[in-house]
Design a binder for this molecule. Structure first.
Ligand SMILES: Nc1ncnc2c1ncn2[C@@H]1O[C@H](COP(=O)(O)OP(=O)(O)OP(=O)(O)O)[C@@H](O)[C@H]1O
Ligand SMILES: [Mg+2]
Length: 404
C-alpha cells in the first residue's frame, strides 16, 4: 500500500514527516514540545519550516469525515480550525499498518480553555468564555451544523479586546443539514451544559479555578445566553406602520452584536396597518468587515469594534468629522496604530497578537491617566505597557494545555 496524501494546498514538506512512525514516537526534530491535556487521540503540534500544524492520529473513516466537514465549515465562513489534509496508507518500518492522520493548520494565538486558566484567567471572565462558545454554537446552528460534542475542550479561544472568540476544533461527531430542528439544537445545548459543568469541576479539582465558583449556574448560563442570542438573530418583530423606525433599530442592534442582515423578510398585512419583520439570513463579522475595508487589517470582530471606536475618537480629536472616512482611516493607521505596533520589540511579538496589544495599550493608558489625574499620551502609555505588562506575560502564539 502506498502513502496517500489528500490535501487542500499541499505543502510539499508534508511528505517529509516521519509517517512510517506512530505519531506518539515522533521526535523533537518536528514536534513542538508543549504540555498537553488528556485527549482520546494522539495529537501533536508539528513545525514544518515556518508553518505549524496539528496532527491527529485517528481511524481512516473519521479522518476523512472530519476533513470534509471542516472544509464545509470553512466554506460557510464559520470559525473552525483549517483542514490541511489526511495522510493514509501509512506502513510502519516493521510492515504493520499505522492509523491515518488528520492534519489541520495550527490556529495562531489560540488558547485551549485549560491554558487560559493556567495563565491566570480570573473566574469573572467565565461568562465571556460562555458567550464566545454560545456565539459559535448559534452560528453553527444557523448554518445547519449539528455538533454532537459541544464542550470547552472542543473549542479554541482567541482573545478579542477583553472578550473571546471561540473556534471549533473537533468536528468528528458533526453533521451538516439543510436546517436543524429545535430538537437537534436542544440536544447540542443539553450536551453543552453537561460537558461544561464537568469541565468546570475538573478545573476546580485541578486548582485552576476558584472553588467558590458555582459551576452549575455558569453551565446553565449557556442555555439562557443561547436562547437570548438565537431569538435576537432569528425572532420576528411586529409593529404598526407608524413605528417603521423599529426596522432600523433592529438592524442597529444586530450590528452592535457583530452581525449584518443579509436578507430580511418584511410583510405588511392586507390593510397595511401592521408590519412583521424577521431576519432571514444574518452574517457575523460586521465590525471586522468594516475595519478590513478601511484599513486592510483583518482582526477578530470585537477587536475591530475597539479599533473603529479609537479611529472615531481620533477623527473627533482632529476635528475631521466631515473628512472622508477612508482618509481618516489611513491617517489613523499610519499615525496611531502602526507606530504603537512598531514599539513591540521583536522578542515579545509572540506574547499577544498586535490588535490585542493595541487594545491593552488603550486600557493601560486609561489606567495610567486615572492614576496621574491627566491624559497620558498614547506613545508614553504604549512604552510603559511594553515595559511593565507585556514583558510579564507568557507567550501565547503557541499555547497548549497544561498537564492534567
Ligand atoms: N488546528 C489546531 N490548532 C491548535 N490546536 C489544536 C488544533 N487541532 C487540535 N488542537 C489541540 O489538540 C486538542 C485535541 O484535539 P481534538 O479535540 O481534535 O482531539 P480529540 O482526541 O478528539 O479530543 P477529545 O478528547 O475531545 O476526543 C485540542 O483541544 C487542541 O488543544
Ligand atoms: Mg476533542
Amino acid at each position: 500500500m502506498a502513502l496517500r496524501i489528500v490535501a487542500t494546498r499541499p505543502n510539499p514538506a508534508l511528505v517529509t514527516l516521519p509517517w512510517d512512525t506512530p505519531l506518539e514516537e515522533w521526535g523533537d526534530d518536528v514536534v513542538v514540545q508543549l504540555p498537553r491535556g488528556l485527549s482520546r487521540h494522539v495529537v501533536r503540534i508539528v513545525r514544518l519550516g515556518s508553518d505549524v500544524y496539528a496532527v491527529k492520529e485517528t481511524r481512516e473513516h473519521y479522518a476523512f469525515r472530519e476533513y470534509r466537514l471542516l472544509r464545509d465549515l470553512r466554506r460557510l465562513g464559520l470559525p473552525s480550525v483549517e483542514p490541511v489534509g489526511v495522510v493514509a496508507g501509512r506502513i510502519g518500518k516493521n510492515g504493520a499498518e499505522i492509523e491515518p492522520c488528520l492534519v489541520t493548520r495550527h490556529l495562531h494565538f489560540s488558547l485551549p480553555y485549560r491554558s487560559l486558566f493556567s495563565h491566570g484567567l480570573p473566574s469573572e471572565n467565565l461568562p465571556s468564555l460562555v458567550d464566545a462558545l454560545v456565539a459559535l454554537l448559534v452560528r453553527l446552528h444557523l448554518a445547519g451544523f449539528y455538533w454532537g460534542d459541544v464542550s470547552l475542550s472542543n473549542v479554541l479561544f482567541r482573545r478579542s479586546a477583553g472578550a473571546f472568540t471561540a473556534y471549533l476544533v473537533d468536528a468528528e461527531t458533526g453533521e451538516l443539514h439543510q436546517t436543524l430542528s429545535p430538537g437537534q439544537r436542544e440536544y447540542d445545548l443539553d450536551l453543552a451544559v453537561t460537558n461544561i459543568f464537568g469541565e468546570l469541576l475538573d478545573l476546580q479539582a485541578g486548582a485552576l479555578l476558584d472553588e467558590a465558583v458555582d459551576a452549575q449556574s455558569i453551565a446553565e448560563l449557556v442555555r439562557s445566553r443561547y436562547e437570548a442570542l438565537w431569538s435576537e438573530l432569528t425572532g420576528a418583530d411586529e409593529f404598526t406602520t407608524h413605528e417603521i423606525w423599529r426596522i432600523e433599530k433592529r438592524i442597529e442592534r444586530l450590528n452592535e452584536l457583530g452581525f449584518d442582515i443579509d436578507e430580511l423578510d418584511i410583510v405588511t398585512d392586507w390593510d397595511g396597518a401592521t408590519v412583521r419583520m424577521q431576519p432571514r439570513v444574518v452574517e457575523a463579522g460586521h465590525h471586522s468587515r468594516q475595519l478590513q475595508g478601511l484599513t486592510g487589517l483583518l482582526v477578530e470582530d470585537n477587536q475591530a469594534r475597539r479599533l473603529l471606536n479609537d479611529m472615531a475618537a481620533y477623527a473627533a480629536h482632529l476635528g475631521s468629522g466631515g473628512e472622508d472616512r477612508a482618509v481618516v482611516a489611513h491617517r489613523w493607521l499610519t499615525e496611531i496604530y502602526e507606530p504603537i505596533i512598531a514599539l513591540i520589540p521583536s522578542g515579545l511579538r509572540r506574547r499577544l497578537e498586535p490588535a490585542e496589544v493595541f487594545h491593552q495599550v488603550l486600557e493601560h493608558r486609561w489606567y495610567l491617566s486615572e492614576r496621574a489625574g491627566r491624559a497620558v499620551p498614547l506613545l508614553d502609555a504604549a512604552a510603559s505597557y511594553v515595559e511593565d505588562v507585556l514583558t510579564q506575560r507568557p507567550d501565547e502564539a503557541l499555547a497548549a494545555e497544561p498537564p492534567t
